[in-house]
Design a protein around this ligand. Structure first.
Ligand code: ADP
Ligand code: MG
Length: 231
């Protein structure tokens, strides 16, 4: 909680608080696992980070002016180390073309998570004027808009409530191993919902928070993309 407080007070008063730069650290401070990696502002540094990662990496533009990164081609998956340099330059160019005066923080270099064995879920929080902090859980990626298969609880939630959320969406069987697939780490998803619940309960200054996707694989869960609005 101490670390989270530091991170949040650093963000406070800045005009680009709608962003995930510090958000990864914040999740980390609350024990929510994030992919290995870092945010860098040069192609040389990007390569250094990539070299610490086993295998190909994912690279993403980081800018408070670009909220939906893949819409502008700002997410590149499966980049081998030898292409990291060019990919960095290309991401910056794409961002500049999209918005010449965009405030570009840099590029996030991440380990690849295994989407083939995993399910993209979304865990979020919105403060409702009537109900207070509303936690949301559903399938992430393209499914979240198409299926509108989501469920809500008011934070803070007990473990049983967090588990119910993973059980009551229509696509719950997908988490538990449909069509011969291995079940994903539902305990990890449940725990993530609870940890997020604790975080937004401890910090009313967090107005909105979305982990989209939280990738759940048979081996665990990872918060791959997070967006945050702070008062
Ligand atoms: P945005 O939502 O802003 O477009 P994301 O970071 O969510 O950006 O990336 C878009 C999609 O790219 C994700 O939903 C996921 O399918 C894929 N992706 C992102 N990061 C990774 C990663 N580390 N490993 C594997 N796939 C990823
Ligand atoms: Mg996303």
């Amino acid at each position: 909680e101490e670390r989270a407080r530091e991170i949040l007070s650093a963000v406070k008063g800045r005009d680009d608080t709608r962003l995930g730069v510090e958000a990864m650290d914040l999740l980390d401070a609350y024990g929510i696992e994030t992919p290995q990696g870092d945010i860098v502002d040069s192609p040389e540094e990007a390569l250094e980070v990539a070299e610490d990662v086993d295998g190909d990496v994912v690279m993403k533009i980081v800018s408070p002016d670009i909220l939906h990164k893949s819409d502008i081609g700002g997410v590149k998956v499966g980049i081998p180390h030898e292409e990291v340099f060019d990919a960095y330059e290309d991401l910056i160019t794409r961002a500049r073309n999209y918005q010449p005066d965009a405030n570009i923080i840099g590029v996030q270099v991440q380990e690849m998570v295994d989407l083939d064995s995993g399910v993209e879920t979304i865990v979020g929080m919105n403060r409702d004027p009537q109900f207070g902090p509303l936690l949301m859980f559903g399938l992430g990626g393209i499914f979240v808009e198409v299926l509108e298969d989501t469920t809500f609880r008011v934070a803070p939630v007990a473990e049983s409530e967090a588990r119910e959320m993973t059980e009551e969406i229509d696509s719950a069987p997908l988490l538990r191993g449909a069509r011969g697939r291995d079940p994903v780490d539902v305990d990890g998803v449940t725990e993530t919902v609870q940890r997020l619940s604790q975080l937004v309960t401890d910090f009313p200054a967090i107005l909105e928070l979305d982990i989209n996707p939280l990738v759940a694989t048979p081996d665990g869960v990872k918060a791959v993309d997070v967006r945050l609005t702070v008062d």
